[in-house]
Design a protein around this ligand. Structure first.
Ligand code: ZN
Length: 90
């Protein structure tokens, strides 16, 4: 049991390192070409990656979302100059 949880933790750590070092991976839908065949002689950009050829790893997307939630939850104390202009009159 301890060995299994150790292996799981190791795999998670490895994936976290992978997400930090290489956040993008080739699109699975178009296998990194960025195009899709639309008919015989017509080619269109891939719908999944919008022709960018790469997609963000799921772990990295999770990290980015977590950061955004944290930032939105902690930043209101530090108001920007633009916020002051619209909320308070001198
Ligand atoms: Zn694609």
């Amino acid at each position: 049991m301890a060995l299994a949880s150790c292996a799981l933790l190791l795999a998670l750590a490895g994936y976290a390192v992978l997400c930090a070092v290489k956040p993008f991976t080739p699109c699975r839908k178009c296998s990194g070409t960025g195009i899709r065949q639309a008919g015989r002689r017509k080619v269109k950009p891939c719908r999944r990656c919008h022709g960018h050829r790469y997609r963000l790893r799921a772990g990295r997307r999770l990290l980015n979302t977590g950061r955004a939630v944290h930032r939105d939850g902690t930043r209101p104390h530090h108001r920007r100059r633009n916020d002051l202009e619209f909320t308070e009159w001198p």
